[in-house]
Design a protein around this ligand. Sequence first.
Ligand SMILES: [Zn+2]
Length: 397
Amino acid sequence: VTSVLFDRIGELATGDPASGEGPLGLRDDAALVVEDGEVVWVGDAADAPAADERVDVDGRSVLPGFVDSHAHLVFAGDRRRDFLARATGRGYEAGGIRTTVAATRDASDDELRANARRLVDELHAQGVTTFETKSGYGLTTEHEARSLRIARELTDETTYLGAHVVPEEFAGDVDGYVELVVGDMLTACAPLARWVDVFVEDGAFDADRARAILAAGVAAGLAPRVHANQLGHGPGVQLGCEVGAASVDHCTFLSDADVDALAGSGTVATLLPGVDFSTRMPYPDARRLIDAGATVALATDCNPGSSFTTSLPFCIALAVREYGMTPSEAVAAATSGGAAALRRTDVGHLTPGARGDVIVLAGTSHVDLAYRPGVPSVAGTWLGGRRWRSAAPQLPE
Ligand SMILES: [Zn+2]
């Protein structure tokens, strides 16, 4: 099969405001053709051309696949105990990452690979067709490079995050660790990554060190992105905008100057509702960012410590309930917004030339993603025009 017709679409989100109504570019009674992995035709169902295969979606809603621009999928072990501690009233501390570092270093390649593949399976099942993933649980040259080699098997969007946290063996010697991050570790990791990322936060890396790490990454051919303003007000957002980062991620605590910097730059504000929810932190005000003119993305930040979810539909529901986003803004943030955060023009929309990454919802409207929280909302996922099927082991009959 080289061409697929998605026919009798009740509501098609083209992802292009010029091709339809609202931020999602919605049109009714539509059809879509994907050929050789690419969208080649969009129009009224009544005018649909023939194709090798016809998928009758029977009035359901069809969206571009979700683009998850922020995830940490390569790790071992879990943090159920941290979660239970929080669930019984204690706060989240960034140091919990070190538990996962120890487990990740101890794990075999096959364990890391199997764990990551299981999470990718979950992402696809819930409509994610493009995802980023980071290193950051190895924190030695050998283990960071290993994480990125495994990440590379899963996605082109790999991020070097040696500067996630200072590992225990460098306690009291942050500068010694930064020297490694911009030295041998970077040399080993740069060929395996597209992006360089830093966790800018009290207890992680300050602005000057983060600037040096991002500059070294850029000099090694990587493009910058930043974890910023998660746990409090800080310099990360301004730094990200200053260095032309594709995205600054978290943005939970923003000053007016931070909002202005984001609105006046090409840097996307990526919001991670699963983290705010799971760690019981305040929710950022997406309305303020959107009204100021900033581009907003939503991502899962799937990781075992602070947001162990692979569900962008869940994140969309939270963003509508807690961030003040409309359903169409939230879906746009999880599609075209995520694409912008990865500087990708081939995904996040369904207009001719886009990749044939298509999701068919269970219901007739994208609004259901927020209106029916927790209910399975994605009926089918197509990657480059091919129906995705889970490889996960199923419960025996
Ligand atoms: Zn993260």
